[in-house]
Design a protein around this ligand. Structure first.
Ligand SMILES: Nc1ncnc2c1ncn2[C@@H]1O[C@H](COP(=O)(O)OP(=O)(O)OP(=O)(O)O)[C@@H](O)[C@H]1O
Ligand SMILES: [Mg+2]
Length: 470
């Protein structure tokens, strides 16, 4: 964090400062801010977050051992540490992030990009951070830190040296993007797609679209909306952006796009396409698997372009990226048995995209195997969506469909019901049973996709298979 005095932090967070040791109100702190006591370093600020299962106030002692010099708490703790007592630590964290980013922005160099969408946020964030880092210090969240803790904790890593902040915003509930993006008012709002991911919590896709549009509404009025014109619900956000006086740049495969991709070719070695921007054409050879990642790459190239990075430079930097992120279309195994571990999470759109990729990258004489677990957070449409994926797997001629877990039963039943002659489906109760089955079943030439929602945890099965065939 930028250097602030204890008095300033107390004022920003509206808290009561309780000094310990030799500290005074003028003592300056500038360390890492986090709610996790395990990541404390000398000089850190520990935020004691009460949780459903465990209460951060119990870990103040271990945070101090780790080097924390200040605790932000909701009730005083005994430990010999300087503390600021606030009404709500999440609000305090948010206000601190708002102030720190505002102070750095006032220096005139910092540019902020917000990214949202039902799928692809983390991938696009990584692509864009990779492009921007060559032009200046870039702060971006670790993994998927995009919630009420992860977003401000990331923002607080911004310092006077930072040129770019790339933030990912997930829609936990209506209003959550407005609140978190409102802390920083992005210069650029990127909206990737509106899909069924987490739609159960929103009562449907139109409500999800409204939640994503909050990122456009949260941007600075002199900012830019970077919109996927291939998704009608995202393209429709142009009206909102323009009504706020924002510039709009569209990306996608349709001819309506300002930055366009065409001639997409999906192979086991990577994904190729032609990028067309301002009348020029550039080949892109992305090492990341799957046509869906072209959308994310385009979004990153487009946002980087708004920040002054040429298309040629953006492409050259993107081509160095080997992996979108751990457990996202991650190639494992060996040349004989290839595993694609895409089980960080799953929604109907990302399941479909992964299955299509599996079918596209499998050559003649090779066999497609899909190891699939449930998609969670779909609410009422869960049954129907699992049916649809079962059908799709058969229609794509996936040769062996291995369904894992009771929750994914409808996927299995619909695959069996559709029953094409060369598809064979099995249903296994859990990961261990699936591992035992696959250990004997898999053979040379198999191309194996492993995919489920995060809560089902098939990423671990993917890792085990990757190791078995390494
Ligand atoms: N445009 C896309 N269409 C369909 N699937 C996609 C798309 N982009 C990424 N995916 C897939 O969606 C899954 C999640 O990707 P990623 O982690 O980048 O998204 P996210 O939006 O950050 O997800 P989360 O909400 O879980 O944080 C991966 O399986 C990835 O391959
Ligand atoms: Mg994410």
């Amino acid at each position: 964090m930028i250097a602030l005095s204890l008095a300033e932090i107390a004022e920003i967070t509206g808290g009561e400062l309780r000094l310990a040791g030799t500290d005074s109100a003028e003592t300056v702190v500038d360390g890492v801010v986090d709610t996790d006591s395990r990541v404390m370093e000398p000089g850190s600020i520990f935020v004691a977050k009460p949780g459903a299962e465990t209460d951060g106030h119990r870990f103040v002692g271990s945070a101090i051992k780790g080097g924390a010099v200040l605790a932000i708490v909701e009730h005083p703790v005994d430990d010999e540490v300087t503390q600021i007592v606030v009404a709500d630590v999440i609000d305090a964290l948010a206000e601190l992030a708002r102030e720190v980013v505002a102070r750095v922005r006032a220096l005139g160099r910092l540019r902020i990009v917000g990214i949202t969408g039902s799928n692809g946020k983390t991938t696009t964030k990584n692509f864009l951070a990779r492009i921007l880092q060559d032009d200046g210090e870039t702060v971006a969240p670790i993994n998927s830190y995009n919630n009420e803790v992860g977003a401000p904790v990331t923002m607080l890593r911004v310092t006077e040296r930072t040129r770019f902040l790339v933030s990912e915003f997930g829609a936990a509930a209506p209003g959550s993007i407005a609140r978190l993006a409102g802390l920083v008012e992005p210069d650029i709002s990127v909206v990737l797609m509106v899909g069924m991911a987490h739609a159960g919590g929103f009562g449907g896709i139109e409500e999800t679209a409204k939640a994503k549009a909050e990122l456009v509404a949260a941007a600075r009025p002199d900012g830019t909306a970077v919109l996927n014109v291939d998704d009608a619900r995202v393209a429709a956000m142009r009206a909102l952006a323009e009504s706020r006086g924002m510039r709009v740049v569209g990306f996608g495969q349709s001819s309506a796009a300002d930055i366009r991709a065409h001639d997409i070719e999906v192979t086991a070695a990577g994904t190729h396409c032609v990028i067309e921007a301002r009348g020029e054409r550039y080949p892109l050879h992305l090492r990341v698997l799957g046509a869906h990642h072209i959308t994310n790459a385009l979004a990153a190239i487009t946002a980087a372009g708004v920040l002054g990075v040429s298309t040629a430079d953006a492409i050259a930097r993107l081509e160095t990226v080997e992996l979108a992120e751990r457990w996202r279309m991650q190639p494992m195994g060996n040349d004989r048995v290839r595993i694609i571990n895409d089980a960080y999470n799953a929604s109907p759109d990302s399941m479909a995209a992964a299955l299509r990729t599996l079918a596209q990258i499998t050559g003649p004489g090779e066999r497609t195997v899909a190891v699939l677990g449930a998609m969670s957070e779909l609410g009422e449409s869960a049954g129907e969506e699992h049916d649809r994926i079962g059908l799709l797997a058969v229609r794509l001629n996936i040769q062996r469909i291995v369904v894992v877990g009771h929750e994914a039963r409808r996927l299995y039943l619909s695959a069996v019901g559709e029953g094409s002659w060369d598809s064979e489906a099995v249903h296994l109760p859990d990961q261990d049973a699936a591992f035992e089955y696959l250990r004997t079943e898999l053979r040379d030439g198999d191309r194996v996709l492993v995919k489920s929602s995060n809560s089902v945890g098939l990423r671990h099965l993917g890792d085990r298979l990757g190791e078995l065939f390494s």
